[in-house]
Structure formats: structure tokens, C-alpha cells
Write a protein that binds this ligand. Sequence first.
Ligand SMILES: Cc1ncc(COP(=O)(O)O)c(C=O)c1O
Length: 471
Amino acid sequence: MKLYEKLVDDLVRLIESEVLRPGERLPSIRQLARSRSISPGTVLQAYGVLEDKGIVEARARSGYFVASQAKELFPVPETYQPGSLSTPVDVSELVFRILEAAKDRHVVPFGSAFPSPLLFPLRQLSHAMSRAIRTLDPWRTVEDLPPGNRQLRRLISRRYLDSGCTINQEGIVITSGALEGLNLCLQAVTSPGDIVAVESPTFYGALQAIEAHSLRVVEIPTDPRYGVKVDALEQALKRHPIRACWFMTNFQNPLGSLMPEENKRALVELLNRCQVPLIEDDVYGELFLRGERPPPAKAFDTEDLVLHCSSFSKCLAPGFRVGWAAPGRYTRQVRQRKLITTLSATIPAQAALVTYLERGGYERHLRRLRHALASQQHAMLTAINRYFPSGCRVTCPDGGYFLWLELPTETNSVEVHRRAMEAGISVSPGPMFSAHRGFRNRLRLNYGHGWSQRKEEAMQALGAIIADHDG
Ligand SMILES: Cc1ncc(COP(=O)(O)O)c(C=O)c1O
């Protein structure tokens, strides 16, 4: 082992054991060189390696610091190469079985799709709901039919400005959660038998919707850090008559990837050129843990071909089932489909959200929520580094509440799920996220729940199960 590698190892160990904590200053290059009798160049080389891995940060004129969030001490998973053929979809059985298991509140919820319900402003929401019901004008039950509550659409339209989009309230349709919006958009732009491009891996809700509408998918390679690969999509567009794309550009589920702005711009330019609509699922856009709210691809759309969908489910009010679609040139079709399918999203819930949002406090709540998620992410990454066998890879996303793990090659994540459930721990195995049932040795873990001794022990048990399978 070279001198600088030994130093890297020692420092990683000190960070893992929290002798050196996030945000703390590392010894100066000169100090460390003197105390270890090595050259300053060797220290610099070691700090460079740690910086590349995101474990330490260099700050101008101040020296080196332990990164404020635990970054990946394990490397990031590789981009998966799915088959290039289009395929029908059949994921429902596996997904139902696993979601059912994650519903029990006594199970450690690493496999859950949801953040802890305790992270939301329950008292303020319940005040807003009772006020909305007390003061509801009976005519609202008629007037708030699709496209939905006018004030709520105005407030959503104002928030779009902050994320770089100009969408007026007439371009917004309120739906029962984002999932309904996404489904309605999919129906508006496809017919049975059409091909839809999805990320690989992708949110199983997208696969289920595609299955339910008798569509076929082409899976596009997706980088665990930077999202869908635009050049691979370009190739797929040449090979297949792709009718629509369904992508998550911000904090993709399950990868947590965030597309850089230039990639989003290139994606939209390509799709605008080919006149292929993009259904953009942006339910995690508000849950950025560092920096500022990333714009959606919709912000770069000059042809009104991006159908942007989001909701309050992940960031404010999970049980209210209020979401929306901004379907661009397909607004009329989506609005009509909403009317003939479920008629409208619940009217008191829409009114309650208006009351809550107008009263103020949403930004404060979001700041708290992001802070909680960031510290839970740190706890889970630290536990992975402590308990999981070497040979694992893990992401360190800048938003959302999922980690994506690549386990040692021979490990079967469905089997890990089975064993973990016996120990009262749920996890989401990789094949849930692919029409091809790929990702056999990948796992999604949820860090959206408050950390506790129980979770720490569950991570230790999970690490042992994985090591056992590997061995
Ligand atoms: C990626 C993604 N899109 C959409 C949804 C559904 O959102 P909603 O609860 O607003 O319908 C979820 C929920 O799990 C999700 O993870």
C-alpha cells in the first residue's frame, strides 16, 4: 500500500467512527506531513482522493473539511445496460407483494415508498382542513370541477416561477395525486400498443401504468448521478417508434439522480426536434438537500411538449391526494380525461391546501423537512459504511429520500428482501424497477424516517444478511 493510500484509509476510518465529524476541519497539509513524517505532496494526494470521492471538501483559503454530508465512502453503482428491445410489461405481482409487506407499521420501513408521516405539519394541516370544511361555499363542489380550485392553481402557478417555468393557472389540472396526473398524461399521448421510453431503473408506478394501458417499454440507460443518458435515448429514437418518454429529471426514483441543467436542455431539444412528448414526473423536486431547487426539464421546453406532473404528497400533505399536471399542448385532453374518469380531486383537501399555503409557513416547513432528510441520509450512509460488506456500491443523492445500492455480483436482492422481512425489515429489491426484471443485485433503501437505535440495529442486521448471501 502506498503512503497516500494508507493515509486515505486512516482518514476514512476516523470519519466513519466520527472522530472527525461532518463540517470539521482536517489538519493542515503541513501539520499532517510533519506528524506522519511524510511529504506535503503525499498529504495533498490523499486529500485529493478524498475530495474526488466527496468525503472532504476544499474551501478557498481555509483548508480541507469533512464534507458536510456523508458522501459515498463506497463507490457509486455502475450504470446498468438494459436490453435494447421493446417489451410488454408485467411487474404487478412482485410489486404488490413487496408493497403489501411494507405497510405494516411495525416493520422497519427501508422498503417503503413514503417518507415518515410524522415529518409533516400535521397540526397546521388539520387546522386548515377544519377551517376549509367550516367555510366551504357549497357552490365550490361545482365550480372546483376540472381543472380544479382556481386559487390553488394560481398558487401552484406562482411556485412554478421559482423553478424557472412560466405556466399560467389555465395550464394546470388538479388531480388525485401526481400518479393520476401521470396516468392521464400517458393516456393523452399514447394508444395501446405504442412504445414508451422509461429510465432504467424506473419507478414501478410508471411500469404499472404502462402495463395497465397495454403499452410497451424501451428502457434507457440511466446514470445513478446524472440521470437518463441523452445520447442513448437518441439512438433508441432512431431504432424504435417511441411515442412518449416518461422520465424523472430531479431526484429520480429509485436512483436519486439529478440531471444537470445542460442535460435537461439537450433532452428537451432532442424531443422537441423529434416531436416526442415528455411526461415529466417531478414529485421530489422540492426535496433538494443541497443548493437550490433544480429546474424541471419543463423550464427548457419551447414547444409545449413537456407534460409536467407533481403533487403535495411527498413534501407537504401525503394523505390529501392532491397533485397536478401542467400538460402543455395536451391540457384540453388531460382535462377531459380527468372529467370522465374520477371527476375531481377532493374539494375540501384542495381548499385546505389554499388555506395552509396562504397563511405562510410552507417554506419553513420545507426547510425543516430537507434538514431532517439530510441528517437521516447521513445516518444511513454512515451505517452502510459501518455494517455493509465491501464490494457494495451506494449513491449519495442531492435530494429525495432513497439510496440505491449495488450489492456484490452474486447477491440476489429478492432473496435479501425475503430474509430481511423475516427479521422485520423491509427493503425494495432491484427487479421491482425494471420491465426486464433486471437489477438482481440492486436494492433501494428509504431514509425518509427518523433515525433510531432500532434502525441502526436493522442496518447492522441487513449488512449481515447481505454478507451472508455474498459469502
Ligand atoms: C416517482 C414517483 N412518482 C409519483 C408518485 C406518486 O405520487 P402521488 O402520491 O402524488 O400520487 C410516487 C409515489 O411513490 C413516486 O415515487
